[in-house]
Design a protein around this ligand. Sequence first.
Ligand code: ZN
Length: 196
Amino acid sequence: MKEIIQPVVLELEIEVVNPFSTNPDYKQCRTCQEYKHKIDDYYYHGSSKKTTYLDCTKCLNLRELNRRRAERQEELESSGGSEKVHTQVGVWSDKYQKEQTYMVMKALGYTYSDECGHFLKPGVKEYVDGKLKFYKVNKQKFPNGQKIDYNTPEWKEMFDLYMLGNCSQKQLSMKYGVSTATINKYINRTKNGETC
Ligand SMILES: [Zn+2]
């Protein structure tokens, strides 16, 4: 009886060769493994334009973007959140800003009140009968609305001193205890013959 010999089937190993791998104008990217055009898809080192980076521009840009995002995240978590601050209390740009502001206010003895939407501290800033009360704020020298009386000898003296060149507005401000802005306004108006 004849022995049946199974024919040996040779398995052909077909090697798939990327046509770009042999093209000198192309280079394989270290990250995405794709063959990309050396001039169009890579950044160069230095000005000689002889060597390109190991990663294609797309991969490099992505890595840079991720690096910046991570840096920004770290900044947000460690420096009180966004530098964009809302004027309204209780409105936050991000959770880091909220968390860290609460932390600082708590350390200063303030707690946020949902009732009025402000940070309150007993004896300093309280919410009484629907109004905010500040107990330790010094009263203004010239409360809003109160008119300054410019018809006093001091104001004329101040003006003369300035016009003679003896005193700067800053010096007058310190001497008479009035802000430079007010002095400036008075001097300019008096010079123009206007009344304050
Ligand atoms: Zn790539």
